[in-house]
Design a protein around this ligand. Structure first.
Ligand code: CS2
Length: 491
């Protein structure tokens, strides 16, 4: 007989050392709709909200929505939204069942159901972790108005597909019905994520109706936030191991690290949970935190992912233990730190980061981080590189990250086949298939992805990328890293 599922009914049977929701779930009312209810949300925001619910703030339960796949709803629906969070490092593991997600929706199955909760007067905040590519930015900035889903949503406002379509329609319906607006809180890894979403949504709304666009521009709050926790995709062995520890089956637990950080701009006109009581930093301006995180953590993460894949390392901790990659990351950090405002504790930050990357219990796959490079590299690498050029210094390490991405894309025709994906996969594979010389390839990729578009340093960045690409193709990553390290020693 297959074991019973984790659910409200089996909660009381769990081992005593597994933490459980310390509140009556039946009394919780939904106050937040979350778009993109993936592993990251479930290891991060849903946990802070779980703490608030346990402290008696019963109005802030979460309705979790997926904009694409039914997987999360299919796994957690039969579990009454409950799932296990496993916090792991080299010293051990703590388990906690999280109860803050009250119900789950799959937008494409029933867009109207999602619009209905988004217009519920009890719902006051909508949060998003939809990943960089779902913001549908055109290469080089602005909304991608030619994207088929945007075209669809403009033609079918009552049955949208994109986050922009859902938000615009919900805000329009609330306005018409005299229901106070929503606060829209982006939790994705984009610079000025709130402002970015505000600008994109305003652009989208202006294509629908000028009055709605004005309402969104003037009356809706879009605080920015910096979110941080490393959350590898759950694998089958996690499911089996955790289900056996629990004594009931959890179809989709989440595994993460002990570190967790959330810095949020405090602009919530319709109210918010008292997140600060549980370690969230509420600030007036999140920019410095955001830049430090995107440039030092995410920048090095992407670099480790591509260099790791090229060097045959499957996980971040393995790649980071490779002395060539380790030394390279120090060089990359030094280049990126020089672009950040003074006064930040970058030394403490990178020291802590090094410990997090070395966590042997996470098995964070390099191929997972490698996804969507065309969407990630601008804010993780190219921003720092352009700032560095402007300051008269060379972004050698930074541009090796871009060259490693291009090389890894090329190698998907061979040894790295099927390892990662990108929204630009079709044109990228077509380019890789032409076997262009390094300079032509680098220029074509910059054109395609809109990297450093209209920026003075663009040609220099292409030149540096091409030089690295040429060497990576010819000599492989270890030799290139050794040369870079030698150059650093001489300099
Ligand atoms: C990673 C991030 O997959 C990726 O691109 O760099 O998801 C990273 O783990 C988080 O931003 C950490 O907070």
């Amino acid at each position: 007989m297959s074991p019973e599922r984790l659910s409200s009914r089996t909660l009381s049977t769990l081992p005593a050392d597994v933490a459980k929701p310390a509140y009556e779930r039946a009394l919780i009312r939904p106050g937040i709709v979350h778009l993109g209810v993936g592993a990251f949300h479930r290891a991060h925001q849903a946990v802070y909200v779980d703490d608030c619910l346990a402290a008696g703030e019963t109005d802030w339960g979460i309705v979790g929505a997926s904009l694409r796949s039914a997987d999360t709803r299919d796994a957690l629906g039969p579990q009454d939204g409950l799932y296990t969070l496993a916090v792991r490092d080299g010293e051990g593991e703590r388990l906690r069942v999280v109860g803050s997600i009250l119900s789950l929706l799959v937008a494409p199955e029933n867009p109207e159901a999602l619009l209905a909760v988004l217009t519920d007067p009890g719902v006051r905040i909508v949060t998003l972790t939809i990943t960089e590519k779902a913001y549908l930015r055109a290469a080089g900035g602005g909304l991608d108005m030619t994207h088929p889903d945007i075209v669809h949503d403009l033609a079918n406002p009552g049955a949208p597909r994109t986050a922009h379509g859902f938000l615009a329609e919900a805000l329009a319906r609330r306005r018409k019905a005299g229901i106070p607006s929503l606060t829209v809180l982006s939790c994705d890894n984009l610079p000025a994520n709130g402002e970015t979403l505000h600008a994109l949504l305003s652009e989208f709304a202006s294509l629908r109706d000028a009055g709605l666009a004005r309402h969104i521009a003037e009356d809706v709050a879009f605080p920015s936030s910096m979110i941080d926790r490393i959350v590898p995709a759950t694998i089958e062995t996690d499911r089996a191991r955790l289900s056996s520890l629990l004594g009931v089956e959890d179809a989709w637990p989440v595994v993460t690290e002990p570190f967790c950080q959330w810095v949020v701009e405090d602009r919530f006109p319709q109210g918010r949970p008292a997140w600060e009581r549980f370690g969230v930093t509420m600030v007036a301006d999140v920019r410095a935190y955001e830049d430090m995180k995107l440039r030092l953590l995410n920048g090095s993460h992407s670099a480790i992912a591509y260099l790791g894949l090229l060097s045959g390392h499957e996980t971040v901790d393995r790649a980071f233990a490779d002395p060539h990659i380790r030394a390279f990351v120090d060089g990359l950090w030094a280049e990126a730190i020089a672009t950040l405002p003074a006064g930040l504790d970058t030394e403490g930050y990178t020291r802590r980061l090094a410990r997090r990357y070395a966590n042997p219990a996470l098995a964070h796959r390099t191929a997972q981080i490698a996804n969507d490079g065309s969407q990630k590299l601008p804010q993780r690498i190219l921003g720092s590189a352009l700032d560095r050029l402007e300051a008269g210094a060379s972004p050698d390490h930074l541009m090796l990250a871009v060259a490693a991405w291009i090389t890894a894309c090329e190698m998907r025709g061979g040894t790295l086949r099927g390892q990662f994906t990108d929204p630009l996969d079709e044109p990228l594979s077509a380019l890789a298939g032409r076997h262009l010389p390094a300079t032509e390839m680098a220029r074509a990729v910059f054109d395609l992805a809109g990297f450093a578009r209209d920026r003075a340093g663009r040609d220099r960045l292409i030149e540096l990328t091409a030089a690295h690409l040429d060497r990576l193709r010819r000599d492989g990553p270890t030799a290139v890293l050794a040369v870079l390290a030698e150059k650093g020693r001489v300099a």
